[in-house]
Write a protein that binds this ligand. Sequence first.
Ligand code: PGA
Length: 249
Amino acid sequence: MTPGVRPLIAGNWKMNGTLAEATALARGVAAGSAPAVELLVCPPFPHLVPVAAALAGSAVALGAQDCHAAAKGAHTGDVAAPMLADLGARYVILGHSERRADHGESDAVVRAKAVAALAAALVPVVCVGESEAQRLSGEAETVVAGQLAGSLPEGFAAAGGVVAYEPVWAIGTGRTPTEADIAAMHARIRAELEATFGPAGATLRILYGGSLKPSNAEAILALPHVDGGLIGGASLKAEDFLAIAAAAG
Ligand code: PGA
């Protein structure tokens, strides 16, 4: 944790769940929200509106999993940042490794999307992380520093932008880096944020993501510069998600 920074525990529901499951999950998360921690859920696009309704009156924030770089226009199948803001989203995940892989999103694309998010008053949650080959060849920190330099736009710090460090090989695999490796990467990310944004970079939240679960959350979330988590699989059960949040608080 970074002293004085309120942790963010974010659920990335990915492409999972029926409408009934999504609203039940949202109600379960809303019932357990803890004031010391900011809770965020990011459902798939079709579930945003009913999940917003299920969260009404709670302190749980709503986010999306992607947005387009343009504010509107001829982009069949895409969703614009102002549309997300309009229906009550406060955050948007950008540059998740699954989007970088499935849709070929480069750092430049992620940056353009982050610019669009900021223009719509959404807080971008920009994901970075190395592949297993890059970790094994000792390039992890250089890769992540490059992703940050390419993906974070001007205005990111002023808007309270969030960085999520998610080693690609740890996502959905049950494997995590060692605590020492997570701490070293988060310290490097902090240094990059401070070098880019000055003192404002010292308090931006840096989340860890990749097989975070109730059994490892306490140890990982206690590491310096780990200011919360981005959780996939374990965010699909309210009980597990809230147990991770409890470990952060
Ligand atoms: P996981 O996913 O918790 O299932 O590993 C994390 C993520 O991809 O955001």
